[in-house]
Design a protein around this ligand. Structure first.
Ligand SMILES: Nc1nc2c(c(=O)[nH]1)N[C@H]1C(S)=C(S)[C@@H](COP(=O)(O)OP(=O)(O)OC[C@H]3O[C@@H](n4cnc5c(=O)[nH]c(N)nc54)[C@H](O)[C@@H]3O)O[C@H]1N2
Ligand SMILES: Nc1nc2c(c(=O)[nH]1)N[C@H]1C(S)=C(S)[C@@H](COP(=O)(O)OP(=O)(O)OC[C@H]3O[C@@H](n4cnc5c(=O)[nH]c(N)nc54)[C@H](O)[C@@H]3O)O[C@H]1N2
Ligand code: SF4
Ligand SMILES: [Mo]
Length: 816
């Protein structure tokens, strides 16, 4: 009980209520004189470990174990190349987040119906016994493949994070595997078939190569909002393009930045040379029209296409496949659809006029080194795989690959310094589902198959057609540092129903810091410590731009209430399952951390000793491996450095996809094609299900600067700073009698949400947009007043990766 009182005081003091609380009476809250600080203020470095692609350092000041303020990395001179790694508005709000009233404080057990959010407090002993018992029982009854980890990107620890849980489960039989993720599922597949390597979709040239470019094209990429870290891509991007623009003004050099996005984003705001608004999901049509212009004007690089690719024209078709199946035939109208993909054809689909398409083609073709960056936002569309393969055709057809100043279309490769993480071991279970199909696997995993649902089975379980069944339903869920159990997954109303049925998934464990919408569906909730209560060595994450960093997190703020680190939880469960020795390898937490530190130093010998790092917090290095040109080796010598595609070349025409197209069982309207092509889809602009009349507006999502996904939603400062409103063009608003700031209902067949309207010419007519990640508040109600975008999205999978098409939606909007 003593612990609780101390923590109550901590929280109250920290939230500015210190004056209202006495420090000495065991009875709470008598209004007396302000609490006098006793100890000195101490500084510890910590990090924001959310999934925005960067792990920014934060400086945490505390006194007597209470956080007093958060600062960012601003103590050194800010010179690009050796610059400050400043946290964005979210990281700076961490004190309010750590002390949020909905912080999980104790282990809890569900007492009401699942999803009702009714819990009672229980002891750690009881909670751990229940978790060990239930996970053990379900594994015993239904096999280890009935246990599923929901997607979890909320805490990028090296030591005490998800790796510990995977390790523990691997030691005790394993769990159902997953492939893909909410971010890039379709991008991985597109890159795999075109470039022979899924990584080539997200490991393109480094940002620094833009310095050698004369045209930067961002297709759906928005670094100023999605890569806000002070070390990161937004800084690289701005710094480089501004230097190039200055040079242009002073010396008359050529340089242009073009942004293709339905919204006029913060990455534009006058810094761009051209904004080209496009209808969501139609980029592939634009790319085909650009290809038409290249080919008909002779601007394509025939020599490159002949030498490095398969499938452009009759010269490079696989054996037995004719010209009419080639890319050139498809574009020129010589293919099966007989359609010439002219700018006039693409204009009514994309919403971009033909003259602008022609000018774009000319600009791209005349650029000496176009740097093309295609964002993963094109992924999260109903035909995401084809969108991306089509967009990656731009550098291919121009032969602008593997040369200085160019990029293959992939996301930029960031600088990286190595920080080891807890070894997970191998999963004994060989079966996998696409991450996005877990709700289907709860309902009827038994009958999910390879050819219909993208299930992956071990060779020995496949029949002669390469098919086979998963053979099991999901019976237990471990949801750690993720809100994709409901909030970040699609179609919340449907998910709510599926999860509420305790006869389907019998046990749900949630480990989090806050009572999130997903936590409300737990049977047992375990309270984790927050980053600011943790010690760890972390690196820059996967998209922090050209500066590699290592951050030494330490803390003077003890675990709050009864929170415990995940490592400790796992040790306790390991004891109950008789694998403690294997799990810990006889090491203490400090010994593990010391070992990791030594390994990091081995990889980066300049990294100072830990006691120095504890004081300086961050080690940084700009471009530790120099500037990177993707596919440079392949370009220089394709025979010595072949790609991992079956042909060793860039596969414009993929025989593997042709085979899948012929053998997979697809839903009506779904298309897998050997060539990249524009495909009209469900809920798209040319909606196949004819919902235009009922739901005339397209609704796309975006990642808002007010949150990282659903993380930080419970910080009032951020809710005030960045309004969660649905963007509407004035034309669409006026015709519905909607004014800026009006509360509106956005609805379709899947659900209804209530949000304010942002009426702005920054979005094209016919298209609306909403920042994803607001917390679902629709439990048992018709209207989700939390404004969670996923109340409107669909669980229907994309054709090839069986991933999420969450940016593809049709809605109608009316005044609330
Ligand atoms: N602030 C913040 N930063 C984040 C995140 C966050 O939640 N908040 N999440 C992080 C994560 S995990 C990821 S995966 C990335 C996501 O990175 P992205 O997938 O690139 O981000 P989005 O915001 O979905 O989309 C980027 C832009 O694409 C536009 N767009 C939408 N549909 C289309 C389309 O069909 N065509 C074109 N051309 N443009 C389109 C949107 O208007 C938006 O401005 O962001 C990371 N960074
Ligand atoms: N409609 C729509 N939906 C989307 C997207 C979209 O564009 N549109 N984007 C998708 C994408 S790209 C992604 S990556 C996913 C992200 O989905 P998630 O991986 O679910 O990410 P978050 O919403 O940030 O949730 C992270 C969770 O981790 C918890 N957490 C934070 N720190 C800690 C910690 O130290 N310990 C523990 N135990 N928990 C912690 C947070 O409280 C939060 O509940 O969302 C996807 N959902
Ligand atoms: S949300 Fe991302 S950019 Fe912002 S502080 Fe955290 S890690 Fe840095
Ligand atoms: Mo993501």
């Amino acid at each position: 009980m003593q612990l609780e009182r101390r923590d109550f005081l901590k929280m109250s003091a920290a939230l500015g209520a210190a004056a209202a609380v006495t420090g000495c009476s065991p009875e709470v809250a008598k209004p007396v004189a302000p609490l006098k600080p006793t100890g000195p203020e101490t500084l510890n470095w910590s990090s924001c470990l959310v999934n925005c692609g960067s792990n920014c350092p934060v400086r945490v000041f505390s006194r007597d174990g209470i956080i007093t303020r958060i600062e960012t990395d601003f103590y050194q001179k800010d010179e690009y190349g050796h610059h400050q790694v400043r946290a964005c508005l979210r990281g700076r709000s961490l004190r309010q987040r750590v002390y949020a009233p909905d912080r999980l404080k104790y282990p809890m057990r569900r007492v009401g119906p699942r999803g009702s959010g009714q819990f009672e407090r229980i002891s750690w002993e009881e909670a751990l016994d229940l978790v060990a018992g239930e996970l053990g029982r379900l594994r015993e009854t239904y096999g280890p493949e009935s246990t599923h980890f929901t997607y979890n990107s909320g805490a990028g620890y090296s030591f005490s994070g998800k790796q510990c849980l995977y390790r523990l489960m691997n030691l005790t039989g394993g769990y159902l595997g997953t492939y893909g993720d909410y971010s890039w599922a379709q991008l991985y597949k597109a890159a795999h078939y075109t470039w022979g390597d899924a990584n080539l979709g997200w490991r393109g040239s480094s940002n620094s190569e833009m310095k050698n470019s004369d045209l930067v094209l961002l297709v759906g990429h928005n670094p100023s909002e999605i890569r806000m870290s002070g070390s990161g891509e937004s800084y690289d991007y701005l710094n480089i393009i501004q230097a190039k623009q200055k040079e242009r003004a002073e010396k008359g050099t050529t340089f242009k930045t073009i942004i293709i996005d339905p919204r006029y984003t913060d990455s534009a705001l006058g810094k761009e040379d051209q904004w080209v608004p496009i209808r969501p999901g139609t980029d592939a049509a634009l790319m085909e029209a650009l290809a038409y212009e290249f080919i008909t004007n002779g601007w394509h690089n025939q020599a490159f296409l002949d030498k490095y690719t398969v499938g452009f024209d009759e010269k490079t078709m696989p054996e037995g496949v004719g010209y009419e199946e080639s890319y050139k035939a498809h574009i020129l109208g010589d293919g099966p659809d007989g359609l010439k993909k002219t700018p006039e054809w693409a204009a009514p689909i994309t919403g971009i006029d033909a003259a602008t398409i022609r000018q774009l083609a000319k600009d791209l073709a005349s650029a000496k080194a176009p740097f093309i960056h295609v964002a993963a936002s094109l992924s999260r569309q109903a035909a995401g795989e084809n969108n991306l393969r089509a967009a990656h055709m731009l550098p291919i057809i121009l032969g602008q690959v593997g040369l200085p100043g160019t990029n293959n279309g992939g996301l930029c490769t960031g600088a990286s310094l190595f920080a080891p993480s807890m070894p997970t071991g191998n999963n004994p279970v060989q079966k996998k589902i696409s991450f996005f199909t877990f709700t289907q696997a709860i309902q009827d995993g038994k009958n999910m198959t390879v050819l219909k649902d993208g299930v992956v089975l071990p060779e020995s379980e496949l029949d002669s057609n390469g098919d086979g069944k998963l053979g099991t339903d999901i019976k237990a869920i471990i949801n750690y540092a993720g809100n994709a159990l409901i909030n970040q997954h699609a179609e919340t109303k449907k998910t709510e129903q599926i999860l509420a049925d305790t006869s389907k998934c019998e046990f749900i464990l949630v480990i989090d810091n806050w009572m999130t919408p997903s936590a409300q569906f737990a049977d047992i909730v375990l309270p984790d410590v927050s980053w600011l209560e943790s010690e760890d060595l972390v690196n820059q994450a996967y998209a922090a731009g050209d500066t590699g960093t290592l951050i030494q997190m330490s803390t003077a703020v003890g675990p709050m209430f009864e929170c415990r680190p995940v490592y400790e939880m796992c040790v306790e469960l390991a004891k109950r399952w008789g694998v403690e020795e294997q799990f810990t390898e006889g090491k203490t937490a400090d010994q593990w951390r010391a070992e990791f530190y030594a390994k990091a130093q081995e990889a980066t010998p300049e990294l100072p000793n830990k006691d120095v790092m504890l004081k300086q917090g961050i080690f940084r290095k700009y471009l530790p491996n120099g500037s990177y040109i993707v596919l440079e080796d392949f370009r220089k010598d394709p025979e010595a450095n072949p790609l991992k595609t079956p042909s060793g070349k860039i596969e414009i025409y993929s025989s593997q996809l042709a085979h899948k197209a012929a053998t997979w069982v697809l839903k009506d309207g779904d298309v897998i094609s050997a060539l990249p092509k524009y495909v009209p889809t469900w809920d798209g602009y040319q909606d196949l299900e004819n919902k235009q009349a009922e739901f005339p507006l397209q609704l796309t999502g975006y990642h808002t600067k007010g949150r990282a996904h659903s993380s930080y939603h419970n910080v009032p400062w951020l809710r005030e700073a960045v309004e969660d409103a649905v963007w509407m063009n004035p034309i669409d608003a006026e015709s519905r009698g909607i004014k800026a700031g009006d509360m509106v209902i956005v609805y379709n067949k899947r659900g209804q949400i209530e949000v304010p309207a942002k009426v702005t010419p920054r979005i094209m007519p016919g298209v609306t947009a909403l920042g994803q990640g607001a917390w679902y508040k629709g439990f048992g109600h018709k209207v989700d007043k939390g404004g969670c975008l996923n109340t409107l999205t669909s669980q229907r999978t994309t054709p090839l990766s069986k991933g999420n098409g969450q940016h593809t939606n049709r809605v109608e909007i009316k005044k609330a």
